[in-house]
Design a protein. Structure first.
Length: 126
């Protein structure tokens, strides 16, 4: 089996976090797991065929609730993603930039402080 690295972010209001990621960056909902009472506990979202997890912040201390983090998402058209994020009202913390290493990228902060970097750089063999 091939390893797949899937980031998981936690949001205090998971429904709001899922809605934000869908509206701002174009993720689609794959599945949301809920308690019998209907509270969301974990969601899987998809962007261009890549899956990521989004969990609800625990009311008790948890080793998985690490606070804000940064993610880099390699995409083909950062200009279009930047336009989408700006139109959705995202806080842009680094505008579209052509980097010395050949990537075109930008960064936005979500409402819970996570930094989302989108660019053309792809790790691994070229």
């Amino acid at each position: 089996m091939t390893a797949i690295i899937q980031p998981v972010l936690h949001y205090q209001d998971l429904d709001k976090g899922v809605a934000y990621l869908i509206e701002t960056f174009g993720f689609t909902e794959h599945v949301i797991h809920r308690t019998p009472q209907g509270a969301p506990v974990y969601a899987e979202l998809v962007l261009d065929g890549c899956y990521m997890g989004v969990g609800a912040t625990s009311p008790q201390p948890s080793p998985f609730d690490l606070g804000p983090t940064a993610l880099y998402v390699a995409i083909g058209d950062p200009d279009a993603m930047h336009a989408r994020a700006v139109a959705a009202g995202a806080e842009i913390v680094m505008g579209l930039t052509d980097q010395d290493y050949g990537s075109r990228e930008f960064a936005a902060r979500d409402y819970e402080g996570n930094i989302w970097c989108f660019g053309t750089y792809r790790a691994g063999p070229k």
